[in-house]
Every structure is written in C-alpha cells, then in structure tokens.
Design a protein around this ligand. Structure first.
Ligand code: G16
Length: 561
C-alpha cells in the first residue's frame, strides 16, 4: 500500500447546485475532477476523519468507477469505516436512513437524480451530513470555496485489501467488483463494509405503516396497481417492500432492474416522462393505483383512475390524513413546502392548527426544521414528499403512505379522496411549465425583465385577480437564522393566485426556466375543470411579463407538469 499526494490545479465550476454537483459524465471523467471535488469535501469536513462515511449511488453510468476512486480517497484521508451499498447501490432516502441508523458522520450520494444517465448523460455527487440530510448552504459554499484553491488530493495508490475470503492485494478493477458481495474488508487502514442496500431502509419505513392493512388492500380482488421503477434505483427497494413484504404480484413492479442508462429513458416520474403509465391509469382507467419513482428514488408520482395527483396536493392530503397512519397517529407538528409548491398544505396546517413554513427550493432547507421538531411532513412541487423518518425526500414512502390511506378508507379511490379534500380545503389548481436548455443569457434576460417590473406590479390586475405583492423571495431560516436571497420571483394575488419564475439549479445544459402557476378555487362546482384552461390568464401574464417567447424564440414550454 502506498499513499500518494497528487498535485492538481483547481477545476472551474465545482459549485453544488440545488442538489449537489451535477455535470455531464464527460466532465466527471476528466482526470482528477472527481478526486478534486471529493478531496474538497474531506478537507471541509474534518469530522469524517476517524468516523464512518456512507457511500452509494443510483447505479447510473460511472457509479462503480466513482465508488472505487472514492474508497481509495477515503482510505487516504483517515476515514475509519465506509458503509457501501452492495453493487454500489443506495437510493437517496436509503442513504439517509443508513447514515442515521449507523450514526455515520456523513455520506456521499452519487446521483444526478432524474437527469438522464449513460456515457452522454449526467452524473452527480452530493454530500450529506450526520443528520442524514443534504449539506446546508453554508457547507456547500465552503466546499465550493475549497475547490477553488485546492492544490492536491490524497489517494491510496496500490490496492491492499484484506478480508477473510479476499486475496491480499487487488487491482482497482477488482475493487470495483468486490462491492458486489456483502461483507467486510480492509483497504489500507480503513474498513469497507458492503451492506445490503435495502435492509436499513425497509426497517425504517416498515415501522411507520400498517402493513397488514396494506397487505389486505393489495390482496383485495379487483384492486389493480403498478409501480414503475423506471429502470432506476428503486427497483430492488420496491421488490422487497411491495412484493416480498406486502405480497404484491411480482408483475406489479415494472422496470425493476437498475440500468446504467435507465434503459435509455428519462427517470423523472411525471406525466411527461412516464406517458404509458399515465395513459393506462389516468386516461384508460385500467388500474386503480399506480406510482413511479425517479433515478435515485427520492421522487414520487401518484396516479389514480382518472387523476394524476399534483405533488402539492399530495403533500396536503398526506398532512390532512396523517393520523390514519400508525407512524403519525399522534398527529404532526407542522408542515413545510418549498416556495413554488402550492399553498394547499398551508390550508391544512391552518385547519390542524400546526405551524407551516415556506422554504426556498431544495430539500436542504427542510433539515433544520425537521431536526428541531418544528415539522413532521414536508414536500415540493417537483414530486418530492417525505417526513422526519429520514432527511431526504422519499419516493416509496409516499407510495406506501397513499396505499395506507386507501387501506384505511374502504370504498374510497384516489380521485374521491382528492375531491373530498378539495371540498373541505378548497382546490389549488397548479401547473409548472419548463423551458429547457435555454441560452443562459436569454434565460437571465427574461427573469431580469420580470424582476425589473416587480415594484410596479402591486395594484395591477391579471384578469379579475388583483396583484397584492411581488418580490424576489428571500428566506431566513427560523431555526439557525441563516439567510438565502434571490430564490425566485413571486407575483402574488392575495390568497387567490400566484405566478412564480425561477431558474432551475439542477440542469446541466444551458438554463432551464421554470414558471409555476397556482389558482385557488373554493367553489366545489368549479373544482373539476381543466387545469391548464383555468390557469391560462396566469400563463399569459408570465409569458408577456418575462418576454420569454420573444427573447428565446420558443413558442411553447418543453415540459408541462
Ligand atoms: C432537487 C432538489 C429538490 C428540488 C429539485 C428541483 O431534486 O432536491 O429540492 O425541488 O431538485 O430543483 P430545480 O427546480 O432547481 O431544478 P432532485 O430529485 O433532482 O434531487
């Protein structure tokens, strides 16, 4: 074994975005690029020395190579033990569960989430802290700063791996293969423990739900359901929980084999990227319940016969019905949503007389509220929902929650649960329009145009709706007092409506402009209209005031969810 220090020059742009560092695979493949970023993490997180680190990813192309490299870096940086998911697999919520259950000091999760994979696709890496959640902004900023001055990385050079069944010395290629077996071995002075990627996660979520009731629901004649793992990481998790533990037929979990390129698909669970499932359930009504998850297993889409559940509504429904689920039977302490997420969950929190919070986009902003016990549930419009059981959003958890609700409400369907919810709390019509791979300067110009108009907007009208406020969202964390500015442009029409515009922090090509629309409807007779038609005045307003079409030459959004 020999420990080497390799001199390097800093790479430009190693700035973590909404959710870690995401770049094209080819960027990560540059010699020293991954090493420089991981070394910057180790330099900024000295608490990892002598402690346990969790390591795994969504199985996308470059996952295995990255794990072999990170193991050698960790061994050279004084990490005591690394828990690695077998075959390099750990879904994002599972990584969070492992960090918490094993009291690890942090984790590296290799994923670009819903972004496409493969040699020409995206790769990503994010650092999670000891609470199991994404590193807060202060930490990601410190990592970024370190990447700008870094001059060397430390790596274990020749492989020296010792284990009961292992030869004493192996090549890096072999190291990459050794993560296929559950077991323990030594790498330099460090212990590598290859773990079953599902076990900890299944124990954590298994304690929350009424599995007997869900088992009976699934066994009920005529109840037809399907889970689409989109050839991404959730397959093994869904098989263990839904098939092995809950008795669902094996055929109800589709695309369950994780693939390096997600089978050529786009593992983003929304009606645009899971059109067949959407058609089968929502349009043709051939299934009662269906769901899908994304690349790293933290997102969820819930579909019922005749209805695609808006993620904002999903959060609100879960909050309103939480006491029906054993893990939340004593009630919830509060609910948080990201700013662009509809205010449907605020209405529930008000009725339940619990706190509600509006945070910037990014799961990392929920961490302090969860740790402080101020919230139990949180969610985002981008198909993410979760609770205080982990510190990440959790796709399968949301699916189990919905199944538990259906089991606890005999005779109800997804649609009838939603309609009853709207009658009680009012409906927040909601949609997001994405303009993808826009020239970065043009995208900035469109947002600048709306930003410049903000001060003059209050008092103006959008159709019959009066604008009451307009600003660039800034947030002060109520727990630690940290401030975040420039988090998205808001045009607010009292409780009636909102238009929001922001740039995505997860894209890797040009800029993605996101426009979000929300309209409140309290009249039950008007709660079942076509969503896009109801939102049209808000859509027209956003397009005109940003000048998006004129500036970019685009005639329509690329994705509507
Ligand atoms: C990430 C973040 C989420 C965020 C989403 C979209 O999700 O964890 O908090 O809502 O990106 O972010 P943006 O609008 O900036 O693209 P994931 O599933 O990609 O990790």
């Amino acid at each position: 074994m020999s420990l080497r220090e390799v001199a390097i020059a800093p790479f430009e742009g190693q700035k973590p975005g909404t959710s870690g560092l995401r770049k094209k695979v080819t960027v990560f493949q540059q010699p020293g690029y991954l090493e420089a970023f991981v070394q910057a993490v180790f330099d900024t997180a000295p608490e990892l020395q002598g402690g346990t680190l969790v390591l795994g990813g969504d199985g996308r192309f470059f996952n295995r190579e990255a794990i072999a490299t990170i193991l050698r870096l960790a061994a050279a940086n004084g990490i005591d033990r690394v828990l690695v998911g077998q075959r390099g697999i750990l879904s994002t919520p599972a990584a969070s569960a492992v960090i918490r259950r094993h009291r690890a000091r942090g984790g590296l999760v290799l994923s670009a989430s819903h972004n496409p994979g493969g040699p020409d696709g995206d790769f990503g890496i994010k650092y999670n802290i000891a609470n199991g959640g994404p590193a807060p902004e202060a930490v990601t900023e410190a990592i970024f700063k370190r990447t700008q001055t870094i001059g060397r990385y430390r790596i274990l050079d020749a492989m020296d791996v010792k284990g009961v069944t292992m030869p004493s010395s192996v090549s890096e290629r072999m190291l990459d293969q050794w993560i296929d077996q559950v077991g323990e071995y030594r790498l330099g002075g460090m212990t590598v423990q290859v773990i079953d990627p599902v076990e900890d996660y299944a124990a954590v979520v298994g304690a929350l739900f009424d599995f007997d009731a869900i088992r009976r629901l699934i066994a009920r004649p005529g109840f037809r359901f399907r889970f689409d793992a989109m050839h991404a990481v959730t397959g093994p998790y869904a098989r263990r929980l839904l098939v092995d533990m809950l008795g669902a037929p094996a055929t109800s979990v589709i695309n369950a084999e994780p693939k390096e390129d997600f089978g050529g698909g786009h593992p983003d669970p929304n009606p645009a990227h899971a059109p067949e499932l959407y058609q089968a359930v929502v349009v043709d009504g051939t299934l009662d319940f269906a769901a899908a998850s994304d690349g790293d297993g933290d997102r969820n889409m819930i579909l019922g016969k005749g209805i695609a559940v808006s993620p904002s509504d999903s959060l609100a429904v879960l909050a309103a019905n939480a006491t029906l689920v054993p893990g939340y039977a004593r009630g919830i302490s509060g609910v948080a949503r990201s700013m662009p997420t509809s205010r449907a969950s605020d209405a529930v929190a008000a009725a339940l007389k619990v706190e509600s919070f509006e945070t910037p986009t990014g799961w990392k902003f929920f961490g302090t509220l969860l740790d402080a016990g101020r919230i139990t549930l949180c969610g985002e419009e981008s198909y993410g929902t979760s609770s205080d059981h982990v510190r990440e959003k959790d796709g399968l958890w949301a699916v189990l929650f919905w199944l538990n609700l259906l089991a606890a409400k005999p005779g109800e369907t997804v649609l009838s649960i939603l309609q009853a919810h709207w009658r009680r709390f009012g409906r927040h019509y909601y949609s997001r329009h994405d303009y993808e791979a826009v020239d970065a300067k043009q995208a900035a110009a469109a947002l600048d145009r709306l930003r410049a108009a903000l001060p003059g907007l209050p008092g103006e009208k959008i159709g019959a709706l009066a604008i009451t406020a307009a600003d660039d969202f800034a947030y002060r964390d109520p727990v630690d007092g940290s401030e975040s500015r420039g988090q998205g442009l808001r045009v607010i029409c009292g409780e009636q409506a909102r238009v929001i515009a922001r740039l995505s922090g997860t894209g890797t090509e040009g800029a993605t402009v996101r426009l979000y629309f929300e309209l409140f409807e309290s009249d039950p007779a008007r709660q079942n209209d076509d969503v896009q038609s109801r939102l049209q005045p808000l859509i027209d307003f956003a397009e005109v005031r940003t000048g998006l079409r004129e500036i970019t030459g685009r005639t329509a959004p690329d994705v509507i969810t």
